[in-house]
Design a protein around this ligand. Structure first.
Ligand SMILES: NC(=O)C1=CN([C@@H]2O[C@H](COP(=O)(O)OP(=O)(O)OC[C@H]3O[C@@H](n4cnc5c(N)ncnc54)[C@H](O)[C@@H]3O)[C@@H](O)[C@H]2O)C=CC1
Ligand SMILES: O=C(O)C(=O)[C@H](O)COP(=O)(O)O
Length: 391
């Protein structure tokens, strides 16, 4: 059996080689010729699975994407061809939530505010939005949820309109797919009107898909903020409308800019690959089963000791131990500016940063040792591995 995998799919080579001959290629540049004689295709979000790509797929019977998002796959087309499709929903929800928390904690330090004084508007209450809400609950931080589809499905959680989020939230974070049809399309959901209606001194975070935010409108709003002719606005983008190309005029206006890596933690990637592998094994009706935890290396900082009740400052230190968005922001800006106006260099740099991404972990990889009275249960709810000690 021939299995074609995205070369940027960690652990895929070792897992899928148990099942057949594995061919690894760059996902963004796959062509129809690459699919000739291929039985199974394992991808990530950079591979557009459409009629052109599968035009010569004479043996293809399974496609798996090791990602939460599925907008890059024409699922109706695969269904009509009798090709089984699977994804990895929620595989990287933790990483994205921890990206948002890092962004807010660092901005709080830079702009001298406490995250406890902010109200977070979460647009999209699926795997990521729900996990982020869980983290905010653990910290006792107020948030509102907007998700008209979940609401229509009868989800019993409290949902609010975008208007209420705009009126009450000074942080807006988007966690929806990119959709252009249906009753609630997300393409340019955050447009010039939305931006104009945001609170003064508001923060916008997009770690969903680039086109959820109208990048031109955002650039104009941020420029107005900088030159004092508009409301003060702070924006964090992990995803861009034209990625792997980035508008160099937008870059300096952003508080943090990163190359679509919010969900790029090692645990998230391992979960994505094992979820697809396990689905493929079920499809083949064999008894292989992989566990992400078996694949992960020991964390570089396995344990920290709390000597007192934690507070916002010590929480910031703990979170930074695991992930500080400024690390990715700095590299990204340097590489994008070095590429300059050469689109080919920029696209190559964008993808290389993601291919060579560092071994970022999740809070669960860190063990926090502390006395019970140090309110460590909230750190455990936040995802840290907590052990109680007596002194
Ligand atoms: N930057 C990154 O590294 C990552 C980006 N993503 C992106 O974030 C999106 C969300 O991820 P998950 O939570 O795992 O997906 P999910 O499918 O579990 O949740 C998406 C939620 O958005 C809701 N939604 C759809 N249209 C909406 C609208 N117009 N207004 C409000 N809510 C709407 C859906 O009802 C659903 O509950 C993914 O589709 C993907 O595009 C996901 C993981 C990593
Ligand atoms: O899971 C998703 O959806 C994401 O956006 C992932 O971060 C995509 O990562 P790649 O598949 O582009 O490596």
């Amino acid at each position: 059996m021939k299995i074609l995998i995205d070369e940027n799919m960690p652990y895929a080579q070792e897992l899928f080689s148990q099942l057949g001959d594995v061919i690894a290629k760059p996902g963004r540049t796959l062509t129809a010729d690459d699919l000739v004689g291929i039985d199974a295709l394992m991808i990530r979000s950079v591979t557009k699975v459409n009629a052109d790509l599968i035009a010569k797929a004479d043996k293809l019977k399974f496609v798996g994407t090791a990602t939460a998002g599925q907008d890059h796959v024409d699922q109706d087309l695969l269904a009509t061809k009798g090709i089984t499709f699977t994804a990895a929903p929620g595989c990287n929800k933790v990483g994205v939530a921890e990206y948002v928390l890092s962004s807010l904690m660092v901005l709080g330090q830079q702009q001298d505010f406490s995250i406890y004084d902010r109200t977070i508007g979460i647009i999209g209450a699926g795997n990521v939005g729900t996990y982020l809400a869980k983290c905010l609950d653990a910290l006792g931080i107020r948030y509102l949820l907007n998700d008209p589809l979940k609401q229509a499905e009868g989800d019993k959680r409290q949902f609010d309109s975008l208007e209420r989020l705009l009126a009450e939230c000074d942080v807006i974070t988007a966690h929806t797919p990119i959709t252009r049809g249906g009753e609630y399309p997300t393409h340019h959901l955050i447009d010039a009107n939305f931006l104009a209606a945001m609170q003064p001194n508001a923060i916008l975070i997009n770690a969903a898909r680039g086109p959820v935010v109208d990048n031109q409108a955002l650039k104009q709003a941020l420029q107005a903020s900088v030159d004092g002719s508009g409301k003060t606005l702070t924006a964090v983008l992990d995803v861009f409308e034209q990625e792997p190309l980035v508008d160099l005029a937008l870059l300096p206006l952003l508080a943090f800019a990163t190359p679509h890596v919010a969900g790029y933690g090692l645990e998230g990637k391992a979960r994505g690959t094992t979820m697809v592998f396990n689905s493929f094994c079920q499809f083949l009706n064999n008894d292989h089963h992989a566990l992400a935890s078996d694949l992960l290396p020991i964390a570089p900082i396995p344990q920290v000791q709390l000597s007192r009740q934690w507070d916002e400052a010590s929480l910031f230190s703990l979170i930074q131990l695991v992930y500080d968005v400024r690390k990715d922001d700095g590299i990204f800006r340097r590489e994008m500016l070095a590429a300059g106006d050469d689109n080919s260099k920029m696209a190559t740099a964008f993808d290389l940063m993601r291919k060579n991404y560092w071994d970022r972990r999740e809070y669960s990889a860190i063990t926090v040792a502390a006395k019970a009275e140090f309110a460590v249960e909230s750190l455990a709810k936040l995802g840290f591995t907590v052990v109680e000690v007596t002194q």
